[in-house]
Design a binder for this molecule. Structure first.
Ligand code: NAD
Length: 376
């Protein structure tokens, strides 16, 4: 049983899918691990660390040869997998809708592509959930990026020369990333408020010491759909939300937006006209920029200035904290593979009838098999 760890090809991808810690654990399970030389460098894992943990190091062709399971952060181009064994598993974040042609390529190679971002959100799979682990740190980093760009302090400070007032931070979208953004902004001493379409988040916002900003008394207010995700809201709700947010936004110094709706473009939460009401020098971080953006004018990979307000649209925010996000990503993959480890077979085995298998398996036996892709 051989596990291959690939180095990432995507520009700006600094993460790696295995660390010395997880290599050691795979070796303890009885696997051989081969790491592409240099794969961990940008995530602060040296080749020597992998070797000390029991891995061999080699070229792409060497690590792929005979591999049963191939690990990556982002799905590699199928052309870069020449020599992979038919039936081998590819375990990574595969962006199945965005990279549909690659999924077809994996089918052609005869491999089993497992999309870790489609892990069902059930209790037993929480420790395997890459979306949660990566969003958590992205929420933290969004606040740190905002604080670095903001020309003022976050906490209130009383000095002999006078008082510096606390920054007002508003978090829009209180999922995993938003909750961590609230907690981080509070730790830095900001005055924090937050909003979401799911009313269940109100209590969570309060428990973190922030103020909930919620639309009340409007039809279609309960925005929670399956798996605890948001649904698209009624036009009445959207109008009421826009009005409430407008009056609140004009008083904010920093806004972090994180709102996503699965399978749809990110909802537009801030218009250009609303940006115009904000104080010059304010900072907006759009964490949804790569899914279409919550903020009008935000550009993926750029910092844009509109009406004196800077909109930060960093791509791949988890990669900006590559050492920690890699450690968590690698544990998510280990938790998944070890949970399905069959001691007799000496390898992981996925039962066909399992909810996890059905959630993540995109290709098998030369064909695309996932119902969400077959409908698309
Ligand atoms: P997400 O990344 O899909 O979306 C971020 C947030 O944006 C969500 O809270 C969503 O409600 C909100 N949003 C959507 N449209 C909005 C709008 N118009 N205005 C304001 N906010 C809007 O969410 P997520 O971080 O993946 O979390 C979604 C839910 O899943 C949460 O309840 C979370 O606790 C739950 N969850 C469960 C598990 C598990 O059980 N294994 C794991 C992770 C998350």
């Amino acid at each position: 049983m051989k596990i291959a760890v690939l180095s990432e090809a995507a520009p700006d991808e600094r993460r790696v899918s295995a660390t010395a810690e997880t290599v050691k654990k795979f070796v303890q399970l009885g696997a051989r691990v081969a790491v592409e030389a240099g794969a961990g460098r940008s995530a602060s894992v040296a080749d020597a660390d992998y070797a000390a943990a029991g891995a061999t190091l080699g070229s792409r062709a060497e690590v792929l040869a005979d591999a049963d399971v191939v690990l990556a952060v982002q799905g590699p181009a199928p052309e870069s997998l020449t020599g992979i064994k038919p039936g081998a598993w590819l375990v990574a974040g595969l962006n199945p809708f965005g990279e549909r042609a690659r999924v077809d390529g994996y089918a052609t190679l005869g491999i089993e592509a497992l999309a870790m971002e489609w892990m069902p959100r059930i209790t037993r799979a929480q420790s395997m959930d890459i979306l949660s682990s990566q969003s958590n740190l992205a929420g933290y980093k969004a606040v740190i990026d905002a604080a670095a760009a903001y020309g003022r302090a976050f906490p209130m400070m009383m000095t002999a020369a006078g008082t510096v007032s606390a920054a007002r931070v508003f978090v829009m979208g209180v999922g995993v990333a938003g909750l961590q953004a609230i907690a981080t902004a509070r730790r830095l001493g900001a005055q924090v408020s937050a909003t979401d379409v799911r009313s269940a988040t109100k209590e969570q916002i309060q428990s973190l010491g922030a103020k909930p900003i919620f639309v009340e008394n409007v039809a279609g207010i309960e925005g929670e759909g399956s798996g605890g995700y948001a649904t698209e809201m009624s036009p009445e709700y959207q109008k009421a939300q826009a009005e409430l947010v407008s009056s609140h936004l004009a008083k904010q110094d920093v806004v972090i937006t994180t709102a996503l709706i699965p399978g749809r473009p990110a909802p537009r939460l801030i218009s250009d006209a609303q940006l115009q009401t904000m104080r010059p020098g304010s900072i907006v971080v759009d964490l949804a920029v790569e899914q279409g953006g919550n903020v009008e004018g935000a550009v993926a990979g750029e910092v844009v200035e509109r009406h004196g307000v800077r909109i930060l649209g960093h791509r791949n925010v988890p990669s900006r904290l590559a050492a920690d996000t890699s450690a968590l990503f690698a544990r998510n993959l280990y938790n998944f593979l070890s949970a399905y480890w069959d001691k007799e077979a000496g390898r992981p085995v996925l039962p066909d009838e399992d909810e996890v298998t059905q959630g993540i398996r995109l290709t098998r036996g030369g064909a695309v098999v996932h119902p969400r892709l077959l409908q698309a």
